[in-house]
Design a binder for this molecule. Sequence first.
Ligand code: HSE
Length: 418
Amino acid sequence: MSPNNKLTIGLFGYGVVGKGLYSVLHNTPTLTSTIKKICIKDISKKRDIDSSRFTTNAANLLQEDEINVIVEVIDDADAAFKIVKQALQNGKAVVSANKKMIAEHFEELLELQKKYNVPFLYEASCCASMPIIRNLEEYYDNDLLNSFRGIINGSTNYILSKMSTEKQDFKTALLNAQAAGFAESNPALDIEGYDAVNKLTILLAHSFGVVTKPSQILFTGIQNTSEVDTQYALEKELKIKLVGSIKKLQNGRLAAFVLPQFVNTNDDLFFVENEFNAAITESTFADKHFFKGKGAGAYPTASAVLSDIGALRYNYKYEYKKLYNNDAIELTNDYYLNVFISTNDISKIKKEEFEWIDAYQNTFSKCWLTGVIHAQKLITSNWWKQQGVSLILCEDAIVENVDYKKISKQSLALAGIT
Ligand code: HSE
């Protein structure tokens, strides 16, 4: 495709993002591209544009010679993978926003790109309008990253914001997030952290060249965040955020997880509210960068898709520089985390799994503790994810060099819970 090439788009999906893209494209006169056909599932649905624009037959897009770009913004990850695979095999450039599909099929998608040598771009899959993938890919080419930390799910941030600033209850805030078009059609994907861990999987590849599956990463969402947690945060002037973190440890390996975390006013993430996403990167020479942008919603997502479509005009492709050019970095679960755990029943906490307990309260209305636990113990057990138990990372989440600090497990006895 040359820079002067006209882009003729076959669009899959006409939901929140598809509609947003349609409107954005019609309001971007500088981009010479047209949507030739839109493939949808249900032709009988009433839509705001002429029905002749639609088809239910994928082949009308995938086999159409005039279409040189497939844009895929459907919900179903399995169907999306089939579309993307077929499009790449047919030599068509592809733009996708489907984080679940990309995270789960990353390795196969790399192979397909290599084999068919066509661009596959997906800026909209992570943090919508906040340009992060291309920045990770291009800017931090030589100045190597040491860490990435961010709010990468708009719906949960919106819910947490509305609960803390407007005192909305969880259910109302979630309904509002759905009404605004921020949440996934199955909002459990947002609430329980699946969406964020899918995004972190993609970001891991572009920031550190690590290809893994979402199922290999330690994660949870905000489904168990309780009144005790919000009260604790309020008393200590903290906020709760769902944070995705990647950090190069002193041993050269990488810690990666998505967990709720307390943040204080010294943390840039403290001030990120509603559907905004944000990321803090730290690299050897540049030091710290802070990115912020709308991470969900029709237009912010469409703007990222639009940016990818624009990039196709100059034949932009991800080079996966960290993956192909650098020495492989390994993921590890061999590190410790500083955690706060609240519960409605102290017997649900596996206290023997902690290295030590720092603080503890067990009254009729409040039951919580803070302490240090090995990450592998969280990966291999589920007690901390069960209903009635809420885990939130403390501000300084990762504890390395535990040995010299290690206090004996007697601290559990001191806390009165052995
Ligand atoms: N449901 C997603 C979110 C949409 O809330 O972040 C954008 O990926």
